[in-house]
Design a protein around this ligand. Structure first.
Ligand code: CO
Length: 293
């Protein structure tokens, strides 16, 4: 039996806002722009549309594949030629969308093959989506598209199913074949996110970044921390979103927080990513995060 989410319209609205936020981020990613300003442009756009960021804007550069968001005092600027992943998402009362594009800052076109490999791969996988199809068919399509450009898929990063208030809901969409025995179900919402690299084809944990989330309810002992938990629950957030006066309390709450490491390509390769959130339908797919959706 088909299991579409309740209130599909809310999911569609969150996805349209996410797609537009992705365009806001890529347009702002010009040489000399501060990373912090790009992240804030994305996040304030999402809020201005009546949604909330589902996670801090991820602005990972070059060998960084994912999970970098700027800290509050970050003064670093983007340089011409940077390969920037703009990975963003909005939610409306827990209906989440997740989407990404890779831009070469300043547009010199030196990394065109990487950017196109990720884009080809996400489109090849989307073309396979329909109820009942083996997830491995999507993985194979991703792998084949990236190999066709002489590059490697990042084997230890995957797409994922999305549930209410849950960004990574359990079903993985691997970027290499032979990993999944699952099938897609009608009404399911999944994010497909291939990563292409000219490196080793794997990521490893780099330094701890600036994305955190509560592992559990911290309890009432620190009123500031309790208030932050009320606000963010177990969704990812970042110190930029926290009032400066409350940041020392957050820094002391490490025990109840999970801090995400930045994912870095293991062979020092450059990484490009493309991502769409899609709805699986009986006879195909509805790409919720297309710009023109
Ligand atoms: Co994702």
């Amino acid at each position: 039996m088909a299991r579409y989410p309740d209130d599909l319209d809310r999911w569609r609205r969150a996805a349209r806002i996410s797609a537009a936020a992705r365009e806001v981020g890529s347009a702002a990613a010009v040489p000399g722009a501060r990373r912090r300003d790009v992240a804030e442009a994305v996040e304030s756009y999402i809020r201005s549309q009546g949604a909330q960021p589902a996670f801090p804007a991820n602005l990972s550069r070059n060998v960084e594949a994912a999970h970098f968001t700027p800290p509050p005092d970050d003064e670093q600027t983007l340089a011409k030629g940077d390969l920037l992943k703009v990975d963003v998402g909005a939610h409306i009362d827990g209906a989440i969308a997740d989407t990404a594009v890779t831009v070469e800052v300043g547009g010199a076109g030196r990394h065109e093959n990487l950017v196109r490999a990720a884009k080809d791969a996400v489109e090849a996988a989307i073309a396979k989506v329909r109820a009942g199809v083996a997830v491995d068919e999507l993985s194979r399509a991703i792998e084949t598209a990236i190999h066709a450009r002489g590059l490697k898929p990042v084997g230890n990063l995957s797409g994922h199913s999305i549930h209410l208030y849950l960004l990574h809901a359990g079903k993985s969409i691997p970027n290499v074949s032979g990993m999944s025995t699952d099938h897609l179900e009608e009404g399911e919402i999944i994010a497909i996110e291939p990563f292409a690299t000219n490196g080793e084809g794997a990521i490893e944990n780099g330094e701890f970044g600036h994305i955190v989330r509560f592992r559990k309810d911290p309890g009432p002992s620190d009123p500031v921390v309790a208030r932050l938990y009320e606000r963010f629950r177990t969704l990812p957030f970042t110190a930029r979103w926290v009032d400066p006066a409350d940041r020392p309390a957050l820094a002391k709450a490490r025990r109840v927080l999970q801090t995400y490491p930045v994912f870095v390509e293991a062979g020092g390769g450059l990484v490009a990513q493309a991502e769409h959130t899609v709805l699986v339908t009986a006879d195909g797919v509805d790409v919720l995060t297309r710009s023109d959706a």
